[in-house]
Design a protein around this ligand. Structure first.
Ligand SMILES: [Zn+2]
Length: 146
């Protein structure tokens, strides 16, 4: 199986590059159904460690309202899903998969160091470790004094 193959169902996708197509579809569905106006324009979906899919929308505000990925962290925790293994974000108006912004990369890495992020477009979607999206980054947990 090449790294460009799409895997139709979620579950344990070992192998870097394999895409959790069910997770992407969940984000696409939320973006299509619930994205609204200028406040909610990006959907995120996360695969929890127990296999569940949790979804969220961003909450735009000019003061720095959270991206969909950050809302997702809280939404997942609110359902008892404290560990996410894979995350993807999708734009409204059929914009497809959107890579996480710098702030989200840092937050996602600090929350879930082993997290995988789905990036790319169309048939070129791929899954990459969040660490690869932030090489040589500051890791908050490494600098906390006990
Ligand atoms: Zn962001």
């Amino acid at each position: 199986m090449s790294t460009s193959d799409q895997v139709p169902a979620g579950g344990d996708l070992v192998g870097a590059g394999l895409v959790d197509a069910e997770l992407v579809e969940a984000a696409v569905e939320v973006a299509r159904r619930y994205a609204r106006g200028d406040n909610h324009t990006v959907a995120a979906a996360g695969r929890a460690a127990d296999g569940r899919i949790v979804t969220a929308l961003n909450a735009y505000h000019f003061t720095g309202g959270p991206c969909a990925e950050l809302v997702l962290i809280g939404a997942a925790a609110g359902q008892g899903a404290y560990e996410l293994t894979t995350v993807v974000a999708v734009g409204d108006r059929e914009r497809g998969v959107i890579p996480p912004c710098g702030r989200c990369r840092q937050v996602l890495l600090d929350y879930f160091p082993e997290l995988r992020i789905i990036v790319g477009q169309g048939s070129r979607l791929r899954t990459v470790p969040v660490r690869e999206l932030l090489p040589e980054t500051y890791v908050w947990a490494d600098h906390q004094v006990d």
